[in-house]
Design a protein around this ligand. Structure first.
Ligand SMILES: Cc1ncc(COP(=O)(O)O)c(C=O)c1O
Length: 360
């Protein structure tokens, strides 16, 4: 539900507002977003061009529009990547901890042991551990800009090591760049894709920066993989609904997305500091402490080992507070209890009240 501390809730200051609605009305009535027949399975060209331009400028991704495939969010991009890149019995590295959206896909594959959980430390994915555990893995699923959920970026040395492994093992790196626009101290880290456009499948989403129900994201693939991804896309759902793609393309080319990103970055930076201050004032450190970081739209609140994060999620829900448990993001036997707290578009008073109830 849209209550603190749900993640990616576009309310108030972080909602795209009137311009989005006006563009939608205009383009649906008589523009390219009006009803048409089947369209390009890669997505609307106008949107693919706008995305290519955006990721080249803002993320140092190296690509052309014909390498961009519009997806219904990162979730579909992750699923497509698993379908296209993994054959029977192939293994994939997945960070430990990781996003449930990726671990659940690999758990659903029809053969066992597809997923090799590789530890993460202060520099991000431990590439040497991955090589020891599964040197011949086909794919590494990573969150290099902002490890999910812990938040550290993958260091330069690890980036080089990961790409060296991918080249020598003929493996692929799937880069989930989910909220990289939101870094508060300094500029965002460039994408890994820019260092190896021939080995990296790059995933982006508008769920974080615009709103999740839009269901639009993108995959940027090396030219050699475009046909395979396009084919898998056709089998899955032909193509994303056309109308919103054109609304988004206009929103981007007319400069509204850049302005929106600047605005929400400021809102999130303030919300983040205010939530940290509030939680630190309310919670005894031996019970709960915040993982340091400087980006994103969520915080990780670690809990003392004797606390059960599932139970706290349940108790919080009874009080009208939405928090996510961290322990299911870890491989079996390595879990730590914690809570993921989003600081979306909620006003400070709402967050303060929720933090007080959570602390109690
Ligand atoms: C790590 C990570 N990747 C991607 C996403 C976004 O997924 P989607 O684009 O399918 O909404 C999220 C959303 O919570 C996420 O946490």
């Amino acid at each position: 539900p849209p209550v603190p501390f749900a993640i990616s809730v576009p309310t108030g200051m972080t909602a795209p507002g009137d311009i989005w609605r006006r563009l939608g009305n205009r383009l649906r009535a008589r523009g390219p977003a009006s009803p048409t027949g089947y369209a390009d399975p890669l997505g609307a060209l106008a949107l693919r061009e706008a995305i290519a331009d955006y990721v080249r400028k803002s993320r140092s991704v190296r690509c052309e529009a014909d390498q961009v495939i519009v997806t219904s969010g990162t979730q579909q991009g992750l699923f497509l990547a698993s379908q296209v890149l993994l054959g029977p019995r192939d293994q994939a590295w997945v960070e430990n901890p990781a996003y449930r959206g990726v671990t659940a896909i690999l758990e659903s594959l029809p053969y066992r042991d597809a997923m090799v959980r590789v530890p993460v430390d202060a520099e991000g994915l431990d590439v040497e551990a991955g090589i020891r555990m599964a040197p011949k893995a086909r794919v590494a699923f990573v969150t290099p800009s902002h490890q999910y959920p812990l938040g550290m970026p993958l260091s330069m040395a690890r980036r080089a090591a990961l790409l060296a492994w991918a080249r020598s093992a003929h493996g692929w790196v799937v880069e989930d760049d989910y909220d990289s626009e939101l870094r508060y101290e300094g500029s965002p880290f460039p994408a890994l894709q820019g260092l190896a456009p021939d080995r990296v499948v790059y995933l982006g989403t508008f769920s974080k920066i615009l709103f999740p129900s839009l269901r639009l994201g993108y995959v940027v693939v090396p030219p050699s993989l475009v046909d395979a991804f396009c084919g898998a896309r056709v089998l899955m759902d032909r193509h994303p609904p056309t109308a919103d793609q054109h609304v988004l393309a206009a929103f981007m080319t007319e400069g509204h997305l850049e302005r929106h990103v600047r605005k929400v970055r400021n809102v999130y930076a303030e919300q983040r500091l205010s939530l940290i201050e509030t939680l630190e004032a309310l919670l005894p450190r031996e019970l709960a402490w915040i993982e340091p970081g400087d980006q994103g739209m969520h915080l990780v609140l670690w809990l003392a080992a004797r606390l059960d994060d599932h139970e706290i999620v349940r108790l919080a829900a009874n009080e009208g507070i939405a928090v996510r448990a961290a322990s299911p993001m870890f491989a079996a036997g390595t879990a730590r209890p914690g809570l993921i707290l989003g600081f979306g578009g909620f006003i400070s008073a709402q967050m303060k009240a929720a933090a007080e109830r959570l602390a109690a």
